[in-house]
Design a protein around this ligand. Structure first.
Ligand SMILES: [Mn+2]
Length: 275
């Protein structure tokens, strides 16, 4: 295992200009192909605790679950890949731990966190999210948001009550309708994508997408597509130059080459001919 030289992951999280502490948490793990971005909420230090638990539990759960998965390639009974189900289960486990901690520790009462996580494997990527942290994808010059926020704003737009522009002007943008830690069970949105060499996946908290207009995010990623360090620095700088009203976190992930998993038996190659 290990995707060094095949995938490029660069991340940065910043307190921003106004907040006293940073309640976002990020994680990049090239060994297992994992990216996690979380935006915690709650009084005192509870937000940091929630987002910290999320990244830690998801990494642990996936690290220990991947060995088992290597034994059965392909798709699970759900129709999703085993990797997608592992990612979803990791997030559901993080939800339980945050919820239990919030129940048992008075200073953590009501804490929660958004999460967006991606697991890269075999030229694919599974993406899961809860809340309003986002994934965008730059592919051959086309930049698009590929997750849909779990926020009041997005729900009203989806139901046709508002256009996106009207909603931006008239609503509290930060009202999240789904988060980890709030209920014992959480509904996780899951999607799978074929990841092509040269694609850039951008993961971020609302501290970026609320502060920096999408065309500026696109332009920055496009301009610095060969230097992800500079791209990430510039994105954080843009958020802070525009006011930095929130913590800001950005991770860029780019397949440099094909990253096909090599451990394939005869049966897998056989089934590949027909898929
Ligand atoms: Mn935020």
């Amino acid at each position: 295992m290990g995707y060094q030289g095949k995938l490029d992951f660069v991340g940065r999280t910043d307190k921003g200009m106004l907040r006293p502490n940073n309640e976002d948490a990020i994680l990049t793990d090239l060994e297992i192909g994992l990216v996690v971005v979380a935006d915690g909420m709650g009084g005192y230090k509870a937000g940091e605790i929630a987002s910290g638990i999320a990244v830690e539990i998801i990494q642990e759960f996936i690290t220990s679950g991947l060995d088992e998965i290597c034994k059965h390639h392909g798709i699970s009974e759900s129709g999703y890949s085993h990797e997608s189900m592992l990612l979803r289960n990791a997030i559901m486990r993080a939800n339980e731990v945050i919820h239990d901690t919030a129940k048992s520790q008075p200073q953590c009462e009501g804490m929660g966190t958004t999460v967006v996580a991606a697991l890269f494997y075999n030229n694919r990527v599974s993406i899961a999210h809860v809340g309003d942290s986002r994934v965008y994808r730059l592919r051959r010059g086309h930049f698009e948001q590929i997750t849909s926020d779990h926020s009041l704003l997005q729900e009203l737009v989806t139901r046709g009550f508002y256009t996106l522009e009207e909603a931006r002007r008239s609503l509290n943008k930060n009202l999240v309708t789904r988060a980890l830690g709030i209920d014992p069970l959480v509904q996780v949105d899951l999607q799978e994508d074929v990841a092509l060499p040269g694609d850039i996946y951008l993961f971020c908290t609302d501290g970026l997408h609320d502060m920096v207009p999408e065309p500026d995010i696109h332009l920055t990623v496009d301009t610095f597509s060969d230097n992800l360090e500079t791209a990430v620095q510039q994105l954080v700088k843009l958020a802070n130059d525009n006011g930095g009203r929130d913590n800001v976190s950005v991770v860029l992930a780019k397949p440099i080459t094909s990253f096909e998993n090599e451990k394939k038996g005869f049966f897998d190659r056989f089934t590949d001919w027909f898929s």
